[in-house]
Write a protein of this length. Sequence first.
Length: 310
Amino acid sequence: MRAARLLLALACISAPPVFAQAADEAFKAAVMFDHKFYVVANQTYLTASNRDLKLDVYLPQGVKTPLPVLLHIHGGGWVAAAREGRQLGLLPYLQMGFAVVNVEYRLAKTALAPAALEDTLCALQWIGRNTKRFPFDVSKVVVAGDSAGGHLALATGMLPGDSQFANQCASNEPTWSGPYANAAPKVAAVVNWFGITDVAEMLAGPTARSYAVSWFGSMPNRMALAREVSPINQVRADGPAIFTIHGTSDPLVPYAHATRLHAALDKAGVKNRLHTIKGGGHGDFTGEQKLEAYEAMRSYLRGLGIVPGQ
């Protein structure tokens, strides 16, 4: 835990400034960030494929009133990366006032599709089951992720509560021998950083990508399953609000995934916004572009009443 807190503090230190006063302010901000927040690490939320799946909870010190909750899902094409690699990306959400839940899930080398989605749905249920332990306001739950994590964030928020993909969570019931009750709170909003919205499109043809093919392997029903877990096919009028960030020159997830989802959401009457980064690639945005995206996203969430304004 001490190492995680040190990491958070170091993250607030900017590049060496020209003026000593600016350096002092950056140093003070880093120290105060470490003073204001703490981490409850390595919480097991699910056991699957003979391994314990973990998450970390990031919280402000001394707060007892319920806070909006952000469930964060890392990217990596469903085949790579880890939750620890996204720690620094949690800092803006903490500053917005969220309690942040940073989750791992099974990658393709451990279990093929739809395992990753099954896991994140169980992480959402874990939030619903732990409102007495942590100050979670389950009326203000946001799911966020980038790339494959953006897909999982969208699918986790958009799938209906009775989805079959949540069935593996039944073993987590405190009374697991009794009836299964889905404890997942209704997701208020999704923050989709250049996520895959049409998974089937990534399995064949000119837009096929090896990471997507690897996630499904040689299963005979892979195209049908891919369509079922595609957010573009899960749009419904009562779905969560969605804020999408996507670059027009993304080589890994075509920008059309964002525009098609945006159009479908508009047609269904779902609150949403598409923040386009002209010339932006697959997350390799400039500092200015990233700041603009976060500011636009914060403004959007404030407009929904999820995070407080200033």
